[in-house]
Design a protein around this ligand. Structure first.
Ligand code: ACO
Length: 342
């Protein structure tokens, strides 16, 4: 039985994560591979970022964002013990959707054979996308507007990176992670304690891709100049990131009336190991609490948090009953956190 709580005259429900899944492209691109493409080296990349390798989608092998999401969702459905038609909402977070139209959530609905005409929409909040999706799913479930929400973070950033620009191509990779959120049973420990979302548009210029939108459609000269790719002010992003991640955690903990001592694991956005280490220092949290996998996959934007979360469940670190903090920031500048008991 679900666990309704009375808030004024309204009924509300607790939500929890019922299942997770991931998909990572087969192709591995190491720092040594990058050495052959741009003026860089493994030592520089690893020391400055913590990254050793990243995965790259194979378009000829049909590894697009919704394909990765489909595979990851089958895994999450199995874990949750659900059928596709049990899902009554899909939130697809990506800045690299398969198409401009239709949205990726609609494409995924078809690929999964969902016939219940459920709500399906995309969000484009960059690296905070999955956390945005989880927090929105929590609200929809709490208010009874949805029962089982599939939240996807799936990215094919390899398409948007200038592979001749060493300042940016070393950082990113492709991949997908998903979670299914549903109503918690009465008396269950698993729940979402608090959520926090925000955006500071004044930092939008730190990370952008202005060419290719409605304002400036891509023209031949952009392709020649290679000005249509993602652009980043790395130093500015770095400074904002550490402040933001630390503040996210504090706000979320305060909202729940909890402290870091109550948290077993922090799953931060994986942008740079030095950002994660600095955040841990600011929070006075031991690195042992941080789930880190950036070495293997680099920054997969909306997919980093669900991939790291899923892997830590699979390898036995995160167990049912553990309290976990998702903590993310991204282009926009968007930010968000989720405090939950798994
Ligand atoms: N290989 C070798 N040398 C390099 C490379 C490279 N790949 N890239 C830059 N360098 C050189 C620079 O040219 C510079 O040389 P110089 O001193 O002769 O001018 C030197 O290395 C230092 O460069 P910095 O840019 O100062 O290096 P820094 O230590 O700041 O690291 C980095 C750069 C890794 C990009 C860092 O700033 C960073 O991680 N920033 C945050 C990135 C981030 O958080 N992105 C979030 C994205 S969120 C989203 O929404 C997707």
């Amino acid at each position: 039985m679900k666990a309704p709580q009375t808030i004024g005259e309204d009924m509300s429900y607790n939500s929890k994560i019922k299942g997770t899944g991931i998909y990572l492209p087969e192709r591995i691109m190491t720092n040594f591979d990058l050495e052959k493409m741009v003026d860089t080296n493994d030592e520089w990349i690893y020391e400055r970022t913590g990254i050793k390798a990243r995965r790259i989608c194979n378009p000829d092998g049909g590894e697009y964002p919704t394909d990765m999401a489909e595979k990851a969702t089958w895994q999450a459905l199995r874990t949750a013990g659900m059928e596709p038609n049990d899902i009554d909402m899909i939130i697809f977070a990506s800045v690299t959707p398969d198409y401009k139209l239709p949205n990726s959530a609609s494409v995924l609905q078809q690929k999964l054979g969902i016939t219940n005409k459920c709500t399906a929409f995309d969000i484009a909040t960059a690296c905070s996308g999955f956390v945005y999706g989880v927090n929105m799913a929590d609200s929809f479930i709490k208010t009874g507007m949805a029962k089982n929400v599939l939240v996807v973070g799936s990215e094919m950033l390899s398409r948007e990176v200038n592979w001749k620009d060493r300042s940016i191509c070393i950082l990113f990779g492709d991949g997908c992670g998903v979670a299914i959120l549903g109503q918690a049973e009465e008396g269950e420990k698993s729940t979402i304690h608090s959520t926090h979302l925000g955006t500071d548009g004044s930092g939008a210029e730190f990370f952008d891709q202005p060419i290719g939108g409605a304002v400036t459609p891509i023209e031949e000269h952009h392709l020649k100049e290679e000005s249509h790719y993602m652009r980043m002010k790395g130093g500015e992003m770095f400074k904002v990131a550490t402040r933001t991640l630390a503040n996210n955690a504090k706000v979320c903990l305060d909202k729940a009336g909890m402290t870091l001592n109550d948290v077993d694991w922090i799953v931060p956005h994986q942008a740079n190991i030095r950002i994660i280490e600095t955040t841990a220092k600011l929070l006075k949290a031991p690195m042992e609490k941080m789930i880190v996998n950036i070495e293997h996959y680099g920054n997969t934007s909306a997919a980093t948090v669900p991939i790291a979360f899923h892997e830590a469940i699979e390898d036995g670190r995160i167990k049912r009953g553990d309290t976990v903090l998702f903590d993310a920031f991204g282009a926009g500048l968007t930010f968000g956190a989720t405090l939950l008991t798994y």
